[in-house]
Ligand binder design. Structure first.
Ligand SMILES: Nc1ncnc2c1ncn2[C@@H]1O[C@H](COP(=O)(O)OP(=O)(O)O)[C@@H](O)[C@H]1O
Ligand SMILES: [Mg+2]
Length: 329
C-alpha cells in the first residue's frame, strides 16, 4: 500500500532523510520509530505530498507522490505533529469544513461527519469550540479530520505526544480499532505503545533506515544469541548454584549460564548460546541431575533495548576547526 524507494531529502547541508526504502502492506499498523531529529516528520511530509523529495520515490496505493499529488491526497489521511485545528470553530463545523475541502458534500458529508464524531468519541463536544477542548479531545478531533474522507492510508505523526496516560490509552485503542479498514503508519517515541499497537516496525536514525521487521523478529535479532530462562529447585536441601551452572554448561551448544536470583525456593538461570541448543537437552540435564524444573522459557528483551542497540550512535569524529568556526569544508 505504501512503497518507499531510496527516498531522500536534503536541506542545504543537512540530509534529513537519506535513501530510505520500505514497504507497508494493506491493513497493517506500522510503527515508525526514531530518536528526535531522525527524519520521521520529514518522511511523512514527503509521503503526504507536503514536500517533494530531493531524490528517490514514494507511492501510495500505486500512485506516485510526485506525479499524482491530488489523487494521493484522496487516499491519505494525515495527522501532522500539530493538528491543523481552528480554535474559533466548533468541532462539528470544523469537520464539515474539512470534509468539504476533501470533496464531500450533501448527505454524504453529513453522514461522514456523524460517523467520525461517533468513531473518534467527539460527538459530545460537537457544538463546543475547538479552542475550549482538552488536549485529548483535540487530538481525537485531529484523528476525525484525518479519516473524514475514509482514506485507505493513515499517516499519524506522534499521535499521542503530550497526552496523559489515560488519553494515551484511549487514543491507542482508537488507532488500533482503525486498523484493518485503514493501513496505518504511525510515528512515536513511546516504545511500549509500539509493542502493543504495531505488527511491524520501521526504525530510522539520522535519516538512515536501521531496521524494518516485525516486533518479534527485532527482539530475536537484537538478542543475538539465543537464550532461555530456567527455574530450578532442589528437593534435598538448598540448591548449589555453581553445580547447576556447571551441569548446564555441559549441554551441547550452551556458551554461558548466569545465575539470576532465587524466589520461594526456585532459582533462575539464564542459559545462553551463540547459535542454538535443544531446550529438551537443557530440561533433561536438569531433571537427570535430580533437580526439579519449574519453568523454561525464552528470555525476552524489551523493544526499548532493541531500539537503543540499533540507534546507538557511533563515536563522532572530532569537529574540524573550520567546521567549528562555521566555515564549510
Ligand atoms: N525545514 C527544515 N529546514 C532545515 N532542516 C530541517 C527542516 N525540517 C527538519 N529539518 C532537519 O531535518 C532533520 C530531521 O527532522 P525531522 O524530520 O523533524 O525529525 P523527527 O520528526 O524524526 O524528529 C533534523 O536534523 C531537522 O533539524
Ligand atoms: Mg517529528
Amino acid at each position: 500500500m505504501i512503497i518507499v524507494e531510496e527516498l531522500t531529502k536534503r536541506y542545504a547541508r543537512n540530509t534529513a532523510v537519506d535513501h530510505i526504502s520500505f514497504r507497508v502492506e494493506k491493513g497493517q499498523i506500522v510503527g515508525f520509530l526514531g530518536p528526535n531529529g531522525a527524519g520521521k516528520t520529514t518522511t511523512m511530509r514527503m509521503l503526504t505530498c507536503f514536500m517533494p523529495p530531493t531524490s528517490g520515490s514514494a507511492s501510495i496505493a500505486g500512485l506516485d507522490v510526485l506525479e499524482h499529488p491530488m489523487k494521493v491526497k484522496k487516499h491519505i489521511g494525515y495527522l501532522p505533529e500539530t493538528p491543523p485545528l481552528y480554535p474559533e470553530m466548533a468541532t462539528g463545523e470544523y469537520l464539515q469544513f474539512v470534509g468539504r475541502l476533501k470533496g464531500l458534500s450533501g448527505g454524504e458529508l453529513k453522514k461522514r461527519v456523524d460517523y467520525v464524531c461517533e468513531r473518534c468519541s467527539v460527538a459530545d463536544v460537537r457544538h463546543k469550540l475547538i479552542g475550549k477542548l482538552s488536549k485529548g479531545y483535540r487530538q481525537r478531533v485531529g484523528l476525525a479530520q484525518a479519516i473524514i474522507h475514509n482514506p485507505d492510508v493513515l499517516i499519524l505523526d506522534e499521535p499521542t505526544a503530550g497526552l496523559d496516560p489515560k488519553q494515551i490509552n484511549e487514543t491507542r485503542d482508537l488507532i488500533k480499532s482503525l486498523a484493518g479498514d485503514h493501513t496505518i503508519l504511525l510515528s512515536t517515541h513511546i516504545l511500549p505503545e509500539v509493542e502493543q499497537t504495531c505488527q511491524q516496525v520501521i526504525i530510522i536514525n539520522k535519516g538512515k533506515l536501521v531496521a524494518t521487521d516485525s516486533v518479534q523478529n527485532l527482539q530475536n535479532r537484537a538478542r543475538g544469541a539465543v537464550s532461555v530462562l530456567v527455574e530450578v529447585a532442589s528437593r534435598s536441601g538448598p540448591l548449589d548454584f555453581s553445580m547447576v551452572q556447571k551441569q548446564l554448561e555441559q549441554v551441547a551448544g550452551v556458551s554461558r549460564v548466569l545465575y539470576r536470583g532465587s524466589n520461594s525456593g526456585f532459582s533462575s538461570f539464564e542459559v545462553e548460546s551463540e547459535k542454538s541448543f535443544s531446550r529438551g537437552d537443557v530440561a533433561r540435564s536438569i531433571v537427570n541431575a535430580g533437580w526439579d524444573l519449574n519453568e523454561l522459557r525464552p528470555a525476552a528483551i524489551s523493544l526499548e533495548e532493541v531500539f537503543l542497540q540499533l540507534t546507538k550512535s557511533e563515536e563522532k569524529p572530532p569537529l574540524e576547526a573550520a567546521e567549528l568556526a562555521g566555515v564549510p569544508a
